[in-house]
Ligand binder design. Sequence first.
Ligand SMILES: Nc1nc2c(ncn2[C@@H]2O[C@H](COP(=O)(O)OP(=O)(O)OP(=O)(O)O)[C@@H](O)[C@H]2O)c(=O)[nH]1
Length: 539
Amino acid sequence: MSEEKKLQLEKLKQHFGRRVHEQARSIVNSWGALQEVHWNEHWYQEFLQSAGKLNKLASRYQFDQLAESSEELVTMLGESDRNRAPTSAVLERLNQCISDIADTCSRSNDDLPLQQISSGRKPVYLCFKNTDMADTISEQLHHFGIPSSHYPTADALQQSILYRLPAAIVVDTEFDGNGIDLISRLQQNMRATIPAIFYSEETPTIEQRLSVVRANGIAFFDHNLDFGRLVEHLMGIYAMRNEQPYRVLVVDDSKSQAFYAEKVLNHAGLFTRTVLEPLKVLEVIDSFQPDAILMDMYMPGCTGPELARVIRQQPRYDAIPILYLSAESDVEKQLDAVSQGGDDFLTKPVPKEVLISTVMNRCRRYRGLHEQVIRDGLTGLVDHNHSLEALNRAIESSEAEGRLVSFAMLDIDRFKSVNDTYGHGMGDRIIHALALFLSQRFRVTDTIGRYGGEEFAIVLPDTDEATACRLLDEVREGFAQVEHRRGDLAIQVTFSCGVAQAKPDDDASSLAQRADEALYLAKKQGRNAVCGSDQSDHS
Ligand SMILES: Nc1nc2c(ncn2[C@@H]2O[C@H](COP(=O)(O)OP(=O)(O)OP(=O)(O)O)[C@@H](O)[C@H]2O)c(=O)[nH]1
């Protein structure tokens, strides 16, 4: 191919990359929705069509990996029954394709400057009487890669909605006399509601809050607008939901009963495993890592409650929900079973929908609690220990699969003086803003953690040191432009960063140490800089 042709194709690829990315995002999200809609013919048809469309787009514009994963997805779906969910093993293979798609398409942003990512996103419409306020919000959103347009009148807003639907609307309650009424009326004429975020100069009344709920408002801010939280809400709208499906372990000595429970749960996209010999349960819990256990009451060798107590003897399994599924109708025996390490009792025959929703609610709470334990309250990022755990896992799989992994450590510059001058509240807002800034720039498969107070860590699988340094330098430059506001006060802060790529025989602590040395060098060189560990090797 001639150089000119190559250049042309590259330009086309960039242009249509957005469509490919949008299509991939819709597939990943639609897979996540399976837990709510359950496997059915309509969902299957749409999903298959979407996968086919992604495959066509990705092949045409030569996104080879995406084309490969989507082709596999189309083939596997083609072999599946449109009316009946496949087995857990097939669901897991389908899920692997979805994860590959999520990973590849978020990695395709690596070479794009932030502004190009932002131009591929639907805009947010800002409806404010006060133009200065709209300009300030617009400028800040821009730094986070969120495009926006300001509409000073209801007419201009309505015209624009007819032309292009926004990702969300941020509206002042005073806009056009009554912003809440206006949005309420608008929503009634829409096929799907538009996420709306309200702002009020005054502290909102309970009546206003209620009207906002009825107008499908997703958030309500007052004059003390916390910018980080606004960005967080908006980024949730653009986000790709790539959560792993829940995993349920079925313990039942009857093959047919276990098979039935598995089939029902597979309909909601849940992964399942069956243990027919109760005394093998501990081994399977270890390897399968379930989010819930569905257990029979009477089995050979031991009863369900006895087995529940055996499981509870191990502190690490203490919180896994255990649900009994049995024909036992004696309420006293049921209560007794629940009091012995169980969480719930479902009496057979149980309607499918009840089984699915009871199990899913338990799984959701269990995951939520687990997240609370490993995530930091201020930023929602994983904590120090779990950052290192993620690094260990990434090193192990990079060694096994012969791939690269880099680790970055960031530290906000002169943060003590920010706290001393502007107060801890402002310091916290800055930490939150940096967490958001990092979350929207890196891939869904990168792990971003809050390593310490004003220190962050990022695990970047499949990334060499030079690429990681380039990405972080771009983030550094962008973040330095963000204005952190409180009332009339607006300040800017910077961070320094050290990056290291794993070498053979590295473990998490040796790699983290080299990243830390590179960070020290960045601080020594005057701060607001990114240094790679090969630079610190030479110094
Ligand atoms: N507001 C706020 N401050 C924190 C938090 N965690 C740590 N800090 C503060 O961060 C500051 C870190 O200060 P130092 O380690 O001395 O470093 P620095 O002032 O950032 O200077 P350099 O790193 O050398 O650029 C300390 O004052 C901590 O109290 C937090 O969660 N919130």
